[in-house]
Design a binder for this molecule. Structure first.
Ligand code: PHE
Length: 447
C-alpha cells in the first residue's frame, strides 16, 4: 500500500468519548493506584496534592495537548509524525518514545502479571496467609518463583496483544469503554467500604492534612515526575492516540478531560487505601510494598475479605491493562505505518517486549543486574527518569519554537474553534515546560 492510501485508510476512534476513555485508560495505571497514594503520604499530603494539581494543569496539560496536536496533524505514529512535520533530527524524539514504550511495557507486564496472580489468589489462600501475618513472606516467595512470575506475565501480555491485535475501534476503544467505567465503579465501592470503617478518620488525616514543611525541592521534582508518568507523557503515546482522532474533534477539551480523569482516579485511590490501612492499624509507611503486602493484610481483617481483595486487584489489573495496551500500540503503530499488517505487528512486537521483560521477571531473585541495579529497576529508571523527561522537553520545544504556527492551527481545527489559553499554552511549551522538566530530569538522575 502506498503512503497516501495508508493515510486515507487510517482507522479512527468511533466517537469522542471513545478517544477520551482510551487516552484516560492509558493515563490511569499502576502509577495512579499504587504510586500516587504512597508518594503523597511521603511528601506532605494535601500540600503535595496542591503542587501536583498545579503541575498537572500547567505543564502536564500543555505537553499532552502538544502531543495530541502533533499526532492528529500528521496522522502517523510517533516517529513518522516528526518525520512528516519537520524531518531533520526530530524523528529521534519519536524513536526514543518507541524505545521507552518497549522498556516500560517490559516491566509493566511483569507487575501486570502479579495483579492477575493476586486476583486469583484472593480466593485461594492469600487471605488466610495474610491473616496469619505472612503477607510479606508469601509475596517474597511468589516473586522469587520465576517460572510462575513469567507465566503470569505471559498471560498479561497475551491479553494486551489480543486487544491491540483487534485494532482501534474493535479493540482498544471497545475494551476501554467497558473497562474504564468498571474501574470507576470498583473504585467507588472500595472507597465507600474504606471510609465507613471505624477509625478511618486517622487515615484521611494522614493522607490529606497539608504538611507544608515537607514541601522541598525534592517534592516538586517528585510531583512533576509523577505527573509525567501518570499522564503517559513524553513517549509519543498521546501522539499515537492523537493520530486516530478525526479532524472535527476539539483537542484542548479532550486533553483537559483526560487530565481531570487521571487526577481524580489518583486522588480517589488514596481515599480507598489510607482510611482502611489506618482503621486496622497497619503501617502506612510501607512504601512501594503497600499494594502487595500491606493491603492484603488489611483486607484479611475485613468481613468478606476475599471479595474486597479480589475487587482491589481487579481494579489494579484493569488500570494496568489499559495502560499496557497504549504502550504496545505506540510500538505497533510504528511498524504498521511501515507497512506491517496489524496482527503481525501486535504479535511480534508483543512477544519481543515479553522477551525483554523476562530478565525483569527474574530480577526479583536478585539477578540479573545492570550496573548494580536490579534489571526491573534499571528499566524503570532509564525509561521513566531519562527517556520520558527528555522526550517531554523536546516535544514542548517542538511546539513552542519549531512548529508553532501549525500547532496554533491544529488546536483550533484550522481556526474554526477558539482556544482561550493559546498564548499561555505556547509560552508553557516555549519556556516553562522545558525548564521545569529539565530541572526534574537533573534532580532525578541519581542511579
Ligand atoms: N500512565 C501509566 C500509569 O500511570 C503509565 C504509562 C506511562 C503508560 C507511559 C503509557 C505511557 O501507570
Amino acid at each position: 500500500m502506498g503512503k497516501m492510501a495508508q493515510e486515507a485508510h487510517r482507522e479512527h476512534w468511533g466517537s469522542r468519548i471513545g478517544f477520551i476513555l482510551a487516552a484516560a485508560g492509558s493515563a490511569v495505571g499502576l502509577g495512579n493506584i499504587w504510586r500516587f497514594p504512597y508518594i503523597t503520604g511521603k511528601y506532605g499530603g494535601a500540600a503535595f496534592v496542591l503542587v501536583y494539581l498545579a503541575l498537572i494543569f500547567i505543564v502536564g496539560f500543555s505537553v499532552m495537548l502538544a502531543e495530541m496536536a502533533i499526532g492528529r496533524k500528521a496522522q502517523l505514529n510517533a516517529v513518522g509524525s516528526f518525520q512528516k512535520l519537520r524531518g531533520g533530527a526530530w524523528p529521534i524524539v519519536g524513536w526514543m518514545g518507541v524505545l521507552a514504550g518497549f522498556m516500560i511495557l517490559s516491566f509493566y507486564g511483569v507487575i501486570g502479571g502479579w495483579t492477575i496472580k493476586y486476583f486469583i489468589w484472593s480466593f485461594s489462600g492469600l487471605m488466610g496467609d495474610a491473616a496469619a501475618g505472612k503477607a510479606g513472606d508469601v509475596f517474597g516467595a511468589f516473586v522469587t518463583n520465576t517460572p510462575q512470575v513469567i507465566m503470569y506475565q505471559a498471560i498479561f501480555m497475551l491479553i494486551t496483544i489480543w486487544v491491540v491485535y483487534k485494532g482501534i475501534g474493535e479493540g482498544i476503544e471497545k475494551y476501554c469503554k467497558i473497562l474504564m467505567p468498571a474501574l470507576f465503579v470498583i473504585l467507588l465501592i472500595l472507597i465507600v467500604r474504606s471510609v465507613t470503617l471505624e477509625g478511618a478518620g486517622k487515615g484521611l488525616e494522614f493522607y490529606l492534612k497539608p504538611d507544608f514543611s515537607k514541601l522541598t525541592g525534592e517534592s516538586f521534582a517528585a510531583a512533576l515526575g509523577q505527573a509525567f508518568f501518570s499522564l503517559s507523557l513524553g513517549m509519543g503515546c498521546m501522539i499515537t492516540y492523537g493520530s486516530y482522532v478525526d479532524k472535527q474533534t476539539t483537542l484542548p477539551g479532550a486533553a483537559i478531560q483526560v487530565c481531570v480523569i487521571d487526577t481524580m482516579v489518583a486522588i480517589l485511590a488514596g481515599l480507598a487505601i489510607f482510611p482502611a490501612v489506618f482503621a486496622f492499624g497497619v503501617d502506612a509507611g510501607a512504601g512501594p510494598g503497600l499494594t502487595f503486602v500491606t493491603l492484603p493484610s488489611v483486607f484479611a481483617k475485613m468481613a468478606g475479605s476475599s471479595i474486597w481483595s479480589a475487587l482491589f486487584f481487579l481494579l489494579l489489573f484493569i488500570a494496568a491493562l489499559t495502560s499496557a495496551i497504549s504502550l504496545l500500540e505506540v510500538v505497533a503503530a510504528y511498524v504498521i505505518d511501515k507497512g506491517w499488517a496489524r496482527p503481525k505487528a501486535a504479535v511480534i512486537m508483543g512477544l519481543l517486549i515479553f522477551a525483554l521483560g523476562v530478565p525483569s521477571a527474574m530480577s526479583l531473585t536478585g539477578a540479573p543486574k545492570i550496573a548494580g541495579k536490579d534489571f526491573l529497576d534499571a528499566m524503570d529508571f532509564l525509561s521513566s527518569n531519562v527517556l520520558l523527561p527528555l522526550g517531554g522537553v523536546f516535544i514542548a520545544l517542538f511546539v513552542g519554537w519549531f512548529w508553532t504556527a501549525d500547532a496554533r492551527r491544529e488546536v483550533t481545527n484550522e481556526g474554526t474553534h477558539s482556544f482561550g489559553m493559546m498564548e499561555p499554552w505556547i509560552w508553557v511549551c516555549r519556556v516553562i515546560a522545558p525548564l521545569g522538566i529539565l530541572y526534574i530530569f537533573i534532580t532525578g538522575l541519581k542511579w
